[in-house]
Design a protein around this ligand. Structure first.
Ligand code: F6R
Length: 612
């Protein structure tokens, strides 16, 4: 979704803005722009060159530095736009200016009531230059400033008229040292460096520039001055950020996805480390309610989207087996709009890498309003979901920049298993010695991941055998079923090849009609209770001519029963999805690269989905 960066202070430079936009590229965009406040007034530059927009902007800045120097930049705003209202054109790209060119805005989110506001503003004589919902904001600020002559107040008043989830940053030639930001539900962080203050959509944009980070409370507009290098009002709450600049860089890898794939053993090891206290109890990261309350819980919902949903699916098997409690799974965007039966004895677990995905965030807000207790599994410390939760367990996977989730997915599964152990020990479903034994099994996963990743070359060799196929089906049973869904999702999002995941037992109820000799069937055939049943499903598709690929363990999946094999280490079955998914990441990656596609930036996708 759209990315925002605002910079003010000594040395405010366009390079910092461009670098910030480059670090926000993972959010996905189709145009980009910036505005700088210089001695001559606002200077605006916009490009609608699709995925080249940020590099076009960078080239424009470099040329300006050569031709125009020295120009004195006092502050600058940058934006990557992922079109929602109005096409991906230069006119619709941000920043947007008011009628008088004295105010500029960048925005992420949707102004849901923009039609009403736009017609009101037009009736009052405002002239619009774009089709966006965003532009109403800057005209409202223009009007409000006329009344108060105070930019912060004008932004706050304008913001209170806007409906929907969003973050905005505004600047004005009238107050040339000031940037004003406001947010509702959508993320916006504040950073302070040696001599600069910043707003940004996300922390990686500011790594290496800001030394301290804050998040903004909702609704209140916050003003930053380049010379105030600390929080100026109560709407800022300090965040602990342990990520370093290196963790947000490619570090010699051809793309972020390959780097993040290789980081998976460490991601799980960090997520699992130090989770059992001296008293034998499982440790969560934040606990804002009396754990006794959790003992009274009699039903669990898990809500998530996309890959995070697949992690939740894996966890359902563990929770029901060890905690003996019913678990309902919901795609967040469905949970919000049905009428789930939720009360004070319900625990709703939100699973999200970003902690900002709007559908999950709103689902959790609604669950909380209905009296449920909320637990969040997420990767971003201090994210909106983490702040709303009663209990938080962080996946300590480090920043994930590639759009397709990899290391955060395996870390989510690990964190959810820890959440299950926490819950089972609280409810006394398990003895401390059982918890210890399962934790020991969990700590066997990082070395197993490392062993599997050491066979990366053998995985990509298998993938190369499949480059000419155009249809893929993934089959799994039990915890292999969510792995099959995840394999299909990764493949379709990275390589755009039609791919579907099915529970093996469902095959005969429809999908088998699609199987022929042009189809590839990838079966998750590692050692679980349903291995033999799954292999019967494999025989059914083999008999219909499909090319068979097995994800299997050494000594299993007899070579004569498959055309190709991905071999992974055998681990405790309920934890095996963290290992079994690895060759499927390799398959999706290789089939994308073989087509010349950039695995970090699949078309039409955004890393953090902050609009409905
Ligand atoms: C797919 C992928 C997405 C996300 C989904 C939820 O590779 O990354 O499906 O899993 O958009 O995002 P989070 O986890 O941030 O809530």
């Amino acid at each position: 979704m759209c990315g925002i960066i605002g910079v003010c202070g000594v040395g405010s430079s366009l390079d910092v803005v461009v670098q910030g936009l480059e670090r926000l590229e993972y959010r996905g965009y189709d145009s980009a722009g910036l505005v700088s406040l210089e001695n001559s007034g606002f200077v605006v530059s916009k490009f609608a060159d699709g995925v080249s927009s940020v590099s076009s902007l960078a080239a424009w800045v470099r040329n300006r530095d050569l031709e125009d120097a020295p120009h004195q930049v006092r502050l600058a705003l940058g934006h990557t736009r992922w079109a929602t209202h109005g096409g991906a054109t230069k006119e619709n790209a941000h920043p947007h200016l008011d009628c008088t060119n004295r105010f500029a805005v960048v925005h992420n989110g949707i102004v849901e009531n923009y039609r009403v506001l736009r017609s009101e503003l037009m009736e009052r004589g405002h002239h619009f230059r774009s089709e966006t919902d965003t532009e109403v904001i800057v005209h409202l600020v223009e009007e409000r400033f006329r009344l108060s002559l105070d930019l912060r107040q004008a932004v706050e008043e304008a913001f209170s008229r806007l409906e929907g989830a969003m973050a905005i940053v505004v600047s004005s030639v009238e107050e040339p040292d000031l940037l004003v930001g406001a947010r509702r539900i959508s993320p916006l962080v504040v950073g302070f460096g040696e001599s600069m203050a910043f707003f940004a959509s996300d922390i990686p944009a500011l790594l290496g520039e800001a030394a301290r980070f804050y998040h903004l409370e909702e609704g209140e507009a916050v003003a930053l001055r380049g010379d105030d290098l600390g929080p100026t009002n109560g709407a800022l709450v300090e965040m602990e950020v342990s990520w370093d600049l290196q963790s947000a860089q490619r570090d010699g890898y051809p793309d972020f996805m390959s780097k993040e794939i290789q980081e998976q053993a460490r991601a799980v090891a960090d997520t699992v480390a130090g989770r059992v206290g001296d008293d034998g109890l499982v440790i969560v990261d934040e606990l804002r309610l009396d754990p006794e309350i959790l003992r009274t819980v009699n039903k669990v919902f898990m809500v998530a989207c996309g890959t995070s949903y697949h992690a939740a699916m894996v966890a359902k098997y563990f929770f029901e087996h060890y905690c003996r409690i019913p678990v309902e799974l919901d795609i967040s965007s469905e949970f919000r709009y049905r009428d789930p039966i939720v009360d004070a004895q319900t625990l709703v677990i939100g699973v999200s890498q970003s902690g900002e995905t709007i559908d999950t965030l709103v689902a959790l807000h609604e669950a909380k309003a209905a009296g449920a207790r909320v637990m969040v599994i997420c990767n971003v410390v201090g994210s909106s979901m983490a702040r709303l939760a009663d209990v938080v367990l962080y996946t300590r996977a480090g920043p994930e920049i590639g759009v397709a989730a990899t290391k955060t997915h395996v870390a989510q599964i690990a964190a959810l298993q820890i959440a299950g152990l926490y819950f089972a020990s609280l409810r006394r479903n398990l003895y401390p010695s059982d918890v210890e034994e399962l934790m020991a099994k969990l700590s066997e996963i990082p070395p197993a991941i490392a062993t599997a990743l050491a066979s990366w070359k053998s995985f990509t060799d298998v993938a190369h055998e499949l480059v000419d196929y155009r249809r893929f089906y993934f089959l799994g049973r039990h915890v292999g079923y969510p792995v099959a869904l995840e394999g299909a999702l990764k493949l379709k999002e990275l390589s755009y090849l039609p791919s579907e995941g099915y529970a093996g037992g469902e095959l005969k109820h429809g999908p088998i009609a699609m199987i022929d000799d042009k189809a590839v069937v990838v079966a998750i055939a590692t050692k679980t209770r349903l291995y033999d049943k799954l292999m019967s499903n494999v025989e059914e598709v083999r008999a219909r001519g499909a090319r068979i690929v097995l994800v299997t363990n050494e000594g299993l999946g007899e070579p004569q029963r498959a055309d190709l094999r991905f071999e992974v280490p055998r681990v405790f079955p309920l934890f095996s999805p963290m290992v079994d998914v690895l060759p499927l990441q390799a398959l999706a990656y290789e089939l994308a690269v073989a087509q010349g596609l950039n695995p970090d930036r699949p078309r039409n996708l955004a890393k953090t989905v902050t609009v409905e």
